[in-house]
Design a protein around this ligand. Structure first.
Ligand code: NAI
Length: 244
């Protein structure tokens, strides 16, 4: 039987590359979407081309009942969840002076509460199995802060505190919990930025380029592997040296 990885929001971007990277390693994939579009079908097909299964369903991670149902369905389908990657996330950038309460709450609800909602439902199965890996996707911004992203930075810093606390709670059950903090990665999330802004940021990165989705997926794969079995509660920065 294949091992199972649940990656939230894998229809595109970083999540998609994480799912494809695990699929290439022979893992069965479970993922969710909030808006059904052609990306959902295309990604499912690409994953299945690796001769693994892909279970995909609608689930808004900010909704606890949705997450409960989703995780139950994954267990019914596969019987276990070996690795959880909390990837799904949103931004609603603006300066605090202009930020509406709903924009603050929406970002916290998806990025931070969403991570809680999925993890809370997955953890009983990992505890029962006395094994598991949880990798939460934070951001360089959660550590360094960023003007225009008080909501996003708070959610991503929250993920780090959540991860370290959970890592301490479940270490004795052989469950390892870590954070990957990407820097500036080329995806649809960053495509919305103007070219001159992208260039400016890329020039400020010591390695001189934006990161790729594969740069992030490689580290997630490492944190799910046997090679990282003595690493828990850590924040691994994948940012070309942006933050050091
Ligand atoms: P993206 O916008 O391309 O993908 C985000 C995914 O999350 C999509 O599949 C979307 O459908 C899903 N999603 C959003 N809200 C959801 C909800 N309520 N329920 C279920 N799924 C939902 O973004 P990208 O760039 O691939 O980002 C992935 C993760 O990496 C996010 O957590 C993001 O904050 C983080 N990140 C991205 C960086 C970048 O430069 N692109 C840098 C640092 C962190």
């Amino acid at each position: 039987m294949n091992k199972v990885v649940l990656v939230t929001g894998a229809k595109r971007g970083i999540g998609k590359q994480i799912a494809l990277t695990f699929a290439k390693e022979g893992y069965d994939i479970a993922t969710n979407y909030i808006i059904e579009d052609e990306d959902v079908e295309n990604t499912k097909r690409e994953i299945e081309q690796n001769n693994v299964k892909c279970f995909v369903t609608k689930c808004d991670i900010s909704n606890f009942e949705d997450c409960e149902k989703f995780v139950k369905e994954v267990i019914e389908e596969y019987g276990e969840i070996d690795i959880l990657v909390n990837n799904a996330g949103i931004t609603r950038d603006t300066l605090l002076m202009r930020m509406k309460e709903e924009d603050f709450r929406a970002v916290i609800d998806v990025n931070l509460v969403g991570t809680f909602n999925i993890t809370k439902n997955v953890i009983p199965y990992m505890i029962k199995a006395r094994s598991g890996r949880i990798i939460n996707i934070s951001s360089v911004v959660g550590v360094a802060g960023n003007a225009g992203q008080t909501n996003y930075a708070a959610s991503k810093a929250g993920i780090i505190g959540f991860t370290k606390s959970l890592a301490k709670e479940v270490a004795s059950r052989n469950i390892l919990v870590n954070v990957v903090a990407p820097g500036f990665i080329q995806t649809q999330m960053t495509d919305v930025l103007k070219d001159n802004i992208k260039e400016e940021i890329a020039n400020s990165i010591p390695l001189g380029r934006m990161g790729t989705v594969q740069d992030v997926a490689n580290v997630v794969k490492f944190l799910a592997s046997e090679e990282s079995s003595y690493i828990t509660g850590q924040v691994i920065h994948v940012d070309g040296g942006m933050l050091m």
